[in-house]
Structure formats: C-alpha cells, structure tokens
Design a protein around this ligand. Structure first.
Ligand code: GCV
Length: 598
C-alpha cells in the first residue's frame, strides 16, 4: 500500500479514539491489572530484578516486585535484572527554583520564598518518583552541580529529608551536589583545603548530620575546579585529594562520591579543550578511594548533537566510572525540537561497553510544566534514559515503541492501530540524525549562540571570553579549509583513544565522515565518499536535515485523528517552530561558511 493509502486507513481507524489529555500523566496511563500474584524468592540474584510469568511476578526484594509490576504493564515476560547499580538522575536545580538548562518550568523540589515546602509539593514529587521507579531509576541528585553552599545548611538538609521520605518507598535514594568550598563559604572554617584537619572534621560532622536525618542518603556529586567552581587546585591539591577527603567522610555510612571529569581551562589551560579531562585525570588513576566514582560526559566536549565518545573511558583502568548523559536538550533544540535521544546513547554504548561502567547519570529535563518536560516527546528521553540504565542492550526502537504505546495508546497501553506506532516510531528514530544534519553535520560542533545555546552562531567570537566559549575556535574556517586537526599532526587528541579507534580517527581516509571535521582540518575541495566536494556535501547535509523536519511535520498532520487534541496541537506548534529553526540553522551556517568560498 502506498503512503497515502495507509494514512487514509489510519485516519478512519483512529477517528473514534481521541480523548482530552495534557501530558501530565506521562507514560503512566495504563491500568495496572488487579489480578497480579506477587511472590518473594530469596534464591534469586541479589538485586532488584524480577521474573514474570503470566500475571505472576517473583522477585527477591519488594522493589523487584514493584519494578516487575511496571514491566508487566509494558508487556514483559521472563526474567530481568538491572545492569547498572547506580541509575541516577542529576537535577541542575537551584535553590531559588530556577533550573540551569531547564526548559520545562521551575524546579519540582525547590522554590523561592514564600516557598511551598517539599511536603506541600508532595503529590508532585510522589508522581515524579513513580515515573522514575516505573523505569528503574534508583537515585536522584537534587541540586545543581554548580552548587550553592547553602545546600548544606540545616534548613535545606531538613528539606532534603522531607524529599527523601517521599522518594524512599519508590526505591529512590537522594544524593546532593556539594560545593567544594562549603566549609569556608559558610564561614565555619577559614579554608577548604582538603588536607586541613579542620576541613576534614567539618565534612565528617556535616556528613554525620545528614545521615542522622537520612540514613539511606546516597552521597555527593562534585564539580570541582571547573567553570569557576572551587576545588582542591585552589590549595595546590589534586582531584584525588579532594575526592578522597569526601569519600572518607561518607565511607562509614556506605555513601559514594561521584566526582566529575568535566574540566577545562584550569590546570591545562591552552590545551585542546577535548583533551583536558584525560590530561587532568589519567595520572590519578589508582589513587582514588574505592567509594569514588569518576563521572564523565559521554563525549569529550559538552553534550553536542554528535561527539565521538570521551577517551577518558579508555584511560581510567582502575577507577570505577559512570557515564553522564544529558536528557535535557541543552544543545538539541531544548524543549522546542522533537529529538529522541536514545539513538545517540545507543551509539555511545557501541563504543564504551556498559561492562566498563558502574552507573549512569542523566541530567534531568523535568520541571513544573504540566507535561513535565516542556515538549511532549521529550518525555520519551526521560523514559529512554531509565530503560537504558536498567538494560543498555535495549534498542532505541524497542524503547520508542514501549513509550509510545503507553503514552499515546489507550488506557491498556494499546495503540488503536499498529500503523500509527510504526509511523511515529520511525519519526522518533530519524529525529536525532535530522538534528545533527540541520545543526552540525560531518563533525562540526559547538557553533551555538553564546550562553543560552539555542540557535546558530558560527561566527561567534567575543574577545572578552575564554576562547573555548567561542564557536570560531571549534571550526576555524578560512578560505581554504575547515575543521580542527586533532590527529597526530595536530593536537593529537586521537592519541588518547584506544585502538582501533586511535588509528581509525587519526587517518583522514579512515575517519568516519560523521567525525571528519572533529578530527581533521579539511580543504573545501576535498572529495567525500559520495564523490561530492566537502562544501557540496555540507550543503547536502543541511538540506537533508531541513527536509527531514518538513517530513516530520507532514507525518504529524496525518496523525491528527489518532491523537488527543491538546497534545496534538502542542506538538504541532513545536514542529512548526522546529521547521523554522532548522531553516535558520541551515541558512545561517551555509551563508557564513559559504562566505569563505567567494
Ligand atoms: C551545570 C556546560 C553547560 C553548563 C553546565 C556545565 C556542566 O558548560 O552549559 O550549564 O553547568 O556544562 O556540565 O557543569
């Protein structure tokens, strides 16, 4: 059947299904069956896994039974166990209720005075917890990594206790981002030097205070000596000195330190930014306590629509590691573009085997907006993060189908017609590549507008700011060529990768074209695999990206009879915006780069 024929049938089948919805129920719209049998089996592996046979769920723990119920709801049968021990959301929420890189309203946890206390927001936080638990998320960091020292004052620790009490029945532990300079900033010790006995004592006391109220507290997340945050370098000490001090304070209670490797511009200022994490951390491998986990972004730069994997995952052989993924779409159209991120994360796991990681962190995209995530389809990214944290071998397609049927199907999680599921699933699966194409194809990166990162600014240069914040640093286009030579003839970032990637990326002939301008400086006239010149190929990619978004908008029009009105309208509006924005990206970038070829 041709496309139009199937769409007409789809239209007729769906005419009767539309119902008012606002997205507030997320994917939790399916009715839980009442005739489920639950049973505990203490011989099962020692984790929160479950076994489902018909409507009987067996698990070793109560949490396993709960996870099993949601698995049954999405149609699972058989046995399943969590792959990663730590499956944690990172909220970049500030204590005044704003969210750094948040595009879905204010924080669900914090707000400006006169503030409703977490207890008053209990229903909301409870619903959040259910959503997290339904996909197996078992931890949450409640505040921004750019952390306020106030977080560790009694008034806020009491609020953390209230939140922890709400989350506990859902198997979710709370963690806090801490400001490394807290003892000094709060005026309680004159320094924050990690080797100073007073400072060490302060952290031990503070940690004891937290555990007294929250016995299952998870631990600390730390951004140190990065983008202006204080850290051990301020006292001539190392990341290991800093992390180990906190680890020692947490150890008696079973807590962990998640120490971030997102660093640049401090110790190795002037070096290629994408190399600096390895330069700072590789020599410390083996020096961290066993309850320190190094948390690194999936790519070596900063959550771009496409980056090669971060080579720090290759370099730290003795240190437990976590990957940090970004669910909130800071660089992928924020809450305005439909971009399904699971294919990006699946790509990452193709390079960094999950067995090398002990956990996964996801920078949350959740706020007080009615639909939680700003864009209805951004809910799919929250869902996908949880599902991949439980089982990184799941495919993007499988996750998309599950999410769709639970989010847009009927109350029993069934789409009225398989056709609609197929059509929207394919749209979801194509959306990330489309975004790469209309924003930054062929390895281009970080050509975003300054600071807010929405929209293109390939000519961006501000002498007053660090050069690593200026887009021109990332493409260096001139009349002859474009791209950064990160091969062994340039910055040698390729030298940080394990084989076979080191050689593969180093040679312009074998470097995958999707990373070409990331690793190589390439003449405009260079012949691509297609036979086109680089310049023609760049234009082709930008045009393809725009055409893809036009197609998404066309497809969405056809689904109208099948989708409830409010959600359909809201997605439609976003898609129209995305169409315009994709054109803006294409036209701005091609005009600017094209100006070098005149
Ligand atoms: C929380 C980028 C973002 C910042 C973020 C930082 C980080 O620079 O733009 O908003 O700060 O990464 O991950 O620490």
């Amino acid at each position: 059947m041709n496309k139009l024929g199937s769409i007409i049938i789809l239209f007729v089948l769906c005419m009767t299904t539309a119902k008012a919805e606002d997205g507030s129920r997320l994917w939790l719209r399916s009715e839980m069956p009442t005739d489920i049998t639950l049973s505990i089996d203490s011989t099962m592996p020692d984790d929160d896994g479950y076994r489902i046979s018909g409507k009987t769920i067996t698990a070793r723990t109560q949490m396993g039974l709960l996870y099993g119920k949601y698995a049954l709801l999405r149609g699972e049968q058989g046995e399943s166990h969590p792959y990663f021990k730590y499956r944690i959301l990172n909220h970049w929420d500030n204590l005044d209720g704003t969210i750094e890189r948040g595009y879905a309203g204010e924080s669900i946890f914090w707000s400006l005075t006169p503030a409703p206390s977490p207890r008053e927001r209990g229903d909301h936080i409870n619903k959040y917890a259910e959503a997290c638990a339904s996909v197996g998320i078992n931890g949450t960091v409640l505040n921004n990594v750019n952390a306020s020292p106030k977080m560790l004052t009694p008034i806020y620790i009491n609020k953390v206790k209230e939140i922890a009490d709400i989350l506990r029945p859902w198997g979710i532990r709370v963690y806090l981002s801490v400001n490394f300079g807290s003892p000094k900033a709060l005026g309680e010790v004159k320094t924050a030097n990690p080797l100073n006995p007073q400072v060490r004592k302060w952290w031990k006391k503070k940690t004891r205070e937290i555990y007294k109220l929250i016995p299952d507290f998870g631990g600390f997340l730390v951004k140190a000596n990065s983008e202006g945050q204080p850290g051990p370098f301020d006292y001539g000490r190392t990341h290991a000195d800093g992390a180990n001090m906190l680890a020692d304070a947490l150890k008696p209670y079973g807590g962990i330190v998640m120490w971030r490797s997102f660093v640049y511009g401090a110790k190795h200022q002037g070096e290629d930014r994408v190399k600096q994490a390895v330069s700072e951390f590789a020599e410390l491998d083996g020096q961290f306590r066993d309850n320190v986990i190094l948390q690194s972004k999936n790519g070596p730069l900063d959550f771009q629509p496409r980056e090669p994997y971060a080579p720090i995952f290759d370099q730290m052989k003795k240190t437990p590691q976590m990957a940090e993924l970004q669910i909130t779409q800071e660089y992928l159209g924020q809450s305005k573009h439909l971009v399904y991120l699971a294919p990006m994360w699946e790509e990452f796991f193709g390079y960094v085997e999950p067995s090398r990681l002990v956990g996964i962190a996801g920078v949350a995209n959740i706020g007080l907006d009615t639909n939680w995530c700003g864009h209805h389809f951004s809910q799919a990214n929250w869902y996908a993060f949880g599902r991949l944290a439980w089982d990184p071998t799941l495919t993007s397609e499988q996750i998309a189908k599950e999410w769709l049927s639970q989010t847009f199907g009927n109350e029993k999680g069934k789409m009225k017609d398989e056709e609609i599921s197929t059509v929207i699933t394919s749209l979801l699966l194509r959306s990330r590549e489309a975004c790469v194409n209309y924003m930054m194809p062929l390895g281009l990166h970080h050509i975003f507008k300054f600071d807010h990162h929405m929209g293109p600014e390939p000519d961006g240069f501000k002498a007053d700011y660090p050069i690593e914040w200026c887009p021109v640093y990332y493409h260096r286009a001139n009349k002859d060529s474009i791209g950064v030579d990160r091969s062994s003839t340039g910055t040698n970032a390729t030298g940080q990768y394990r084989e076979p990637y080191r050689s593969l990326y180093d040679n312009i002939k074998t470097c995958p074209e999707e990373y070409l301008l990331w690793f190589h400086r390439v003449p405009w006239t260079y012949r691509m695999e297609s036979g086109l010149t680089l310049w023609d190929e760049i234009q082709r990619h930008y045009n393809r990206g725009v055409a893809e978004v036009d197609d998404f908008a066309y497809i969405w029009q056809q689904t109208k009879p099948c989708i409830d009105e409010q959600r359909w309208q809201e997605v439609d509006e976003c898609l129209r915006f995305q169409q315009k924005d994709a054109r803006l990206w294409r036209d701005t970038c091609l005009k600017y780069f094209g100006s070098f070829l005149k």
